[in-house]
Write a protein that binds this ligand. Sequence first.
Ligand SMILES: Nc1nc2c(ncn2[C@@H]2O[C@H](COP(=O)(O)OP(=O)(O)O)[C@@H](O)[C@H]2O)c(=O)[nH]1
Ligand SMILES: [Mg+2]
Length: 320
Amino acid sequence: MGLFDFFKKKETAPEAQEALDRGLEKTKEGFLSKITKAVAGKSTVDDDVLDNLEEVLVTSDVGVSTTLKIIDRVQQRVSKDKYLSTSELNHLLRDEIQLLLAENNSNDFRKFEYGDHKPYVIMVVGVNGVGKTTTIGKLASKLKNENLKVVLGAADTFRAAAVEQIKLWGERVGVRVVAQAMGSDPASVAFDTLQSAVANKEDVVIIDTAGRLHNKIGLMNELGKIKNVMDKVVPGAPHEILLVLDGSTGQNAFEQCKQFTEATDVNALAITKLDGTAKGGVVIGISDQFKIPVKYIGVGEGVNDLQLFDKKAFVDSLFK
Ligand SMILES: Nc1nc2c(ncn2[C@@H]2O[C@H](COP(=O)(O)OP(=O)(O)O)[C@@H](O)[C@H]2O)c(=O)[nH]1
Ligand SMILES: [Mg+2]
């Protein structure tokens, strides 16, 4: 079984769907009430309705280019069926969004073959405050529950609180944390972590980093240095560069995604804080525009509030 397959099994479970529904409540409320307004007083889907719908999607943080793609698809369906009723619109919209996402990121994490890499090394990047350390703690807990040996590297050495926070998560979920003093070289922490993971035959290494987005060159250099060190200890590492984005920041998350993907080889995304925000549409836009699989979504601060992103379940939940 691949490393991440177990998530997949759990994702289809009713508890996971319920947690997702709860987490997306605010987005859903906003989205559905806007759609209701968009079709008010109309029986068929005409140009006015499409214009209103476009506005609904843009104001739900789906992003302009993804919105235009969706509207275009809906329009094609409407031109085939001129008497399409507004009551059918919800289903149509849901189907088209699901199809769009399915076309885009077809190469999912489900294809990860964990057996190819031991240790499997994940480097976590993203600006300060987006939820990197929290996501690492949650992920470590999930992996540990599957009997994988996990070790965390406290390579966000920029702030003392950051080192303490990841140590706390380590204690809380019962995984080893490699740390040095605040202000030490992040690459040196990464080196120590990987070396000890190899010595201890651990399965998964997760490296936290500082989210300093000083400028693109600075970021590239900082992350490049950590990556190079990892590759020396475990050739090919990091296998995963996970960019964490705060979904509640809407369009800012798009901008951060752009900057980080330009600075380093991000190959997985986590979008956090979808609970308590009405901006959950950002997941659709980011998933569509960046062609990088959204692997995880955060729907709360608790240790169990991390889910694997399941496109179908996500969109289903929005339209429930
Ligand atoms: N509501 C909610 N809060 C979250 C989520 N993920 C992280 N947080 C909170 O966001 C804050 C910053 O998280 P942290 O992991 O320290 O961010 P970092 O600076 O990127 O490491 C903390 O208060 C977390 O509890 C989430 O999915 N939902
Ligand atoms: Mg942190």
